[in-house]
Design a protein around this ligand. Structure first.
Ligand SMILES: Cc1ncc(C[n+]2csc(CCOP(=O)(O)OP(=O)(O)O)c2C)c(N)n1
Ligand code: SF4
Length: 284
């Protein structure tokens, strides 16, 4: 089969409604190419999202899809994975969805090492609601909700993921599709929680923070001598203000939540069965 046909097999036929010039088209392209590279059967693939322009993505891909509620992509994705561990689960959403209303879920899915891939489309703005600042909008930016400049400091999604204990953390750029496809492929292959931050511009409401020309000037591909097992080295690259480092920042595999569940279940089965009487005696 032609490679192009293989990619198209992952398109649902519903055309994206994103604005002309939106960086999300490049992300969709990289994503379906990664699925094709991995030869993922569409009936073993589940895409889960929250709310936002980015969260519309499951409509456009031929796979199981769950367009959830704002900020809740991760707990829904975790539920899907635990209910059916054979599925490849990919959660997608924006910086607002994942770091503002959904910000409380991120550390727990990361520290628990749930076996899923979480792709955050970081355009540093709330696109769908037309240009309010988000947790990744840079200091002093002028937006619809900060017309005279934003007083708050921006969060750094990749650095947060490293600190939260994600076992795989990468950063890509929507314009660099081949590189991004490779990161997504590696993230899906990784056994455990894989976080991929994608820098992308919102052509309608924020072309400043994620200015394509500036990112091309400042970006550096991570060198092969970087050791992704070294958390401090990963953090230094993620937090570097002078350059934008793209590639795999962190990779440190460990047991997944599902494996630990299994271990605990086995232990429980070997122990004495609890009885209602024994439990009641503890409260007597
Ligand atoms: C509970 C709730 N609060 C607020 C909203 C309004 N809302 C919809 S999308 C969105 C932000 C989307 O921004 P982001 O997650 O960065 O995604 P983008 O649209 O930029 O892809 C907000 C605040 C909502 N739908 N539900
Ligand atoms: S509003 Fe921004 S993020 Fe949403 S589709 Fe348009 S360009 Fe993309």
């Amino acid at each position: 089969m032609e490679q192009q046909d293989k990619f198209c097999d992952y398109l649902s036929g519903v055309n994206p409604v994103w604005c002309p010039g939106c960086g999300y088209y490049g992300i969709l392209g990289a994503l379906i190419e990664a699925f094709a590279d991995l030869d993922l059967p569409t009936k073993e693939l589940a895409l889960v999202s929250g709310i936002g322009c980015s969260s519309r993505l499951p409509y456009f891909v031929k796979a199981y899809g769950f367009h959830g509620i704002h900020g809740r992509a991760l707990p829904i994705a975790q539920g899907v994975k635990i209910a059916n561990p054979r599925l490849t689960v990919v959660a997608v959403g924006g910086d607002g969805d994942g770091l503002a209303i959904g910000g409380g879920h991120f550390p727990h899915v990361a520290r628990n090492n749930v076996d899923l891939t979480y792709i955050m489309f970081n355009n540093a703005i709330y696109g769908m609601t037309k240009g309010q600042f988000s947790p990744t909008t840079t200091l002093f930016s002028s937006t619809k909700t900060s017309p005279f400049g934003l007083p708050g400091e921006a969060l750094n999604p990749a650095a947060l993921a490293i600190v939260y204990g994600a076992s795989f953390v990468a950063r890509g750029f929507s314009v660099k599709k081949e590189h991004l496809r490779d990161l997504i492929t590696q993230g899906i292959r990784h056994p455990g929680f894989a976080f991929i931050e994608i820098l992308t511009s919102c052509s309608s409401f924020n072309t400043t923070d994620m200015n394509v020309a500036r990112i091309i000037k400042d970006m550096r591909y991570i060198r092969p001598d970087h050791d992704p097992e070294d958390a401090m080295a990963a953090l230094r690259l993620a937090g570097d203000d002078s350059k934008i480092h793209l590639g795999v920042l962190r990779r440190s595999p460990r047991a997944t939540l599902e494996e630990r569940f299994q271990e605990i279940q086995e232990k429980a089965k070997r122990g004495k069965a609890a009885t209602v009487e024994a439990l009641a005696r503890q409260f007597a």
